[in-house]
Ligand binder design. Structure first.
Ligand code: 3PG
Length: 218
């Protein structure tokens, strides 16, 4: 097994175990460590930090350095230079809202797991032609939710999805029941405002509650 496949396998095991990926927007890189600690305290050693703010790369770097037990991914990566910055900072995987050939080529060269976003069969086929079989279904709720995902996944039995966009404690269980669903990503338990207010205890409680929803659903 090559290095990329080995890395993907490790991530799949992690996603299967926790089934929940916190997708975060950080306005200040200095909030990264307390946020990581809050997640660890709640029992979730996994985070996706989005390149929606300039703090992303530094936030990834801080968590990777100070909390090595965390697996840190980079989200909202739409250009290869962002993927490079994420890799340099220590990111273990790259997520895009859509499919980017430039990011895909970069990740293949670097043997770095990439989860491109898809909502159509055409996009799934584009990803499959590049050998990516774990795909982000985004924006999940706005694209038709569980019903659409089930229908679109049907012709692609080898593909597994990470659904994100509009997922909450209310609809999480419906997604987790799908055979094609590896994990759900979301911000509902790690909201930007909570991080900005440095409400890390509240975040920890919300993460625990989200993890309880996962246990109930499976
Ligand atoms: C993402 O980037 O994956 C989504 O913005 C997360 O979606 P949510 O904020 O609706 O949970």
């Amino acid at each position: 097994m090559d290095r990329l496949q080995q890395r993907l396998k490790t991530l799949v095991e992690l996603f299967k175990r926790y089934r929940l990926i916190p997708v975060v927007i950080l306005d200040r890189a200095e909030d990264a460590e307390p946020l990581g600690e809050a997640l660890l305290q709640a029992g979730l050693p996994l985070i996706e930090i989005t390149f929606r703010t300039d703090a992303a790369a530094e936030a990834i770097r801080r968590i990777c350095r100070r909390l090595p037990e965390m697996t840190v991914g980079a989200g909202t990566v739409i250009r290869a230079d962002q993927a490079q910055a994420a890799l340099d900072a220590g990111a273990a995987f790259i997520v895009s809202p859509g499919f980017s050939s430039a990011v895909s080529d970069f990740c293949i060269r670097q043997e770095l797991p990439y989860f491109p976003g898809v909502t159509t069969a055409t996009e799934i086929q584009m990803a499959l032609e590049r050998q990516w079989r774990i795909l982000k279904y985004f924006p999940a709720e706005a694209s038709g939710g569980v019903r659409t995902l089930r229908a679109i996944a049907a012709p692609f039995p080898g593909v597994q999805f990470i659904a994100t966009g509009g997922i909450t404690g209310e609809n999480l269980a419906d997604y987790l029941k799908l055979d094609c669903l590896l994990a759900c990503g979301g911000s509902w338990f790690v909201q930007r405002q909570l991080i900005s207010r440095r409400a890390f205890d509240e975040i920890s409680h919300r993460v625990q509650s989200a993890l309880r929803h996962v246990v109930k659903a499976t």
